[in-house]
Ligand binder design. Structure first.
Ligand code: PA5
Length: 409
């Protein structure tokens, strides 16, 4: 049991509308499960990945931990967002484990210069993650950081680099083999944003001390559950019908700032999977209460272009008690839980369709289950929209423009 539940009764979508497209949604899910789709290796991966791979990942994580106090994770898109999502949701750096810092997700000289400065006097290693091995942002950052590593450690720098990439193709694979870096494989039939349960994300998370077995187990339980084929499909269909009814934005909302990274991961997954051929729901993410005091006005009274997907956490983590005033003796988490209800009531009153996804707590297992749930949802909704959820050709255009500006056509 994953402990995740979903409430669709405030979505405004009637049962008979869902029934009309149920066969299509079930057929899409069956095609995914039966390997009739390219790049659908992720569907079975959480429960079919070899146990030996997890042993090897944990062994490598121990080796890296023994070498450094900072692990620089170089990657962009699906090659780092899952790591940052889980690392930050679990509270960031753990006592006795390396800190994870991220590079190669921008071309900012200032960001990378500050990062290099922050590494001075601290032992560091690099985990470079790129399925293709050719992505410009991560390649350039890797070259910059690798130079710093070799300047510091000489030839022994190679033992501080671990590459996660395609098993055969790409220059990163060739370099890893030529230079003797430790390396792991991203399965060829799993694309970037669907790679959360592969070494791309598991290796750096294991270094940070996260329980990657529990993370994969959560996803595997979700993958095998009736919930994903039942409520998961209902959610996928509801989103599709909301889009057809004129909604163009899905606002994902959470009341824990530590879920900010999960929101960033959600944005990429949904936007790159659905936003093509002039279709798709535009995903935005909001942290409450922060955004209640900025975008909250629009949500209550602005143009009705969106619906909301609220992520509720049933058992919050640490807490503090109010020491004074009218609410003396009550706790912040208790009030935060009431805020979830308050916001749902207020926005329902404003006529906004609301979907509520409830997770038991923020831990590795729940995050694994939730992330798998979203992967399945967007893949099925994409199919209902008649787009291919596993391509991202639109991302190529900006790269071509930069190459032209660099004179590298
Ligand atoms: O979902 C995707 O496939 C992309 O967002 C990739 O993850 C991203 O472009 C990074 O690609 P790569 O891992 O090849 O460097």
């Amino acid at each position: 049991m994953t402990g995740i539940s979903i409430e669709l009764s405030r979505s405004g979508i009637e049962q008979e509308k869902l029934d009309e497209i149920r066969n299509a949604a079930e057929a899409a899910a069956a095609d995914l499960a039966e390997k009739k789709e390219a790049f659908n290796g992720w569907v079975r991966w959480p429960y079919s990945m070899p146990d030996k791979l997890l042993d090897k990942l944990e062994q490598e994580a121990r080796r890296i931990r023994s070498l450094c106090e900072v692990l620089v994770v170089v990657g962009i898109g699906g090659s780092y967002l899952g790591t940052e999502a889980v690392f930050s949701a679990l509270g960031g750096r753990r006592e006795g484990y390396p800190e994870l810092v991220f590079a190669g997700n921008s071309l900012s000289g200032e960001y990378h210069s500050r990062l290099l400065r922050s590494l001075e006097g601290r032992n560091f290693c690099i985990c470079v993650v790129s399925k293709s091995g050719t992505t410009m942002e991560s390649r350039l950052a890797f070259d910059v950081l690798k130079k710093a590593l070799y300047d510091r450690y000489g030839q022994s720098a190679a033992e501080r680099i671990v590459a996660v990439t395609d098993p055969v193709n790409g220059i990163l694979r060739q370099e890893a083999e030529a230079m003797g870096y430790s390396s792991f494989e991203i399965p060829p039939d799993i694309g970037g944003r669907y790679s959360a349960f592969t070494p791309a994300i598991l290796l750096p998370l294991a270094v940070s001390g996260a329980d990657v077995r529990a993370f994969v187990r959560g996803a595997a339980e979700m993958a095998k559950s009736d919930f994903v084929q039942g409520a998961g499909l209902e959610y996928a269909m509801t989103r599709f019908l909301l889009m057809n009814s004129g909604k163009s934005i899905e606002a994902f909302e959470y009341f824990e700032p530590s879920l900010h990274g999960v929101g960033e991961w959600i944005k990429q997954l949904f936007a790159e999977s659905e936003g093509k051929d002039g279709k798709g729901l535009f995903p935005v993410t909001m942290t409450f209460s922060t955004d209640l005091h900025s975008i909250g006005q629009f949500l209550q009274e602005g143009s009705r272009v969106f619906f909301e997907t609220v992520i509720r956490i049933r058992e919050a983590g640490e807490d503090v008690v109010i020491p004074d005033g009218k609410l003396k003796g009550r706790s912040l988490n208790e009030i935060n839980a009431l805020a979830v209800d308050g916001v749902i009531n207020a926005h329902t009153k404003a006529g906004t369709p609301i979907i509520e996804i409830s997770i038991p707590r923020v831990d590795e297992s729940s995050l694994g289950a939730l992330m798998y749930f979203f992967m399945m949802t967007t893949a099925v909704t994409g199919r209902l929209m008649k787009v291919d959820p596993f391509t991202q050709n639109g991302v190529e255009e900006y790269k071509a423009q930069i190459r032209a500006l660099l004179g590298q056509e």
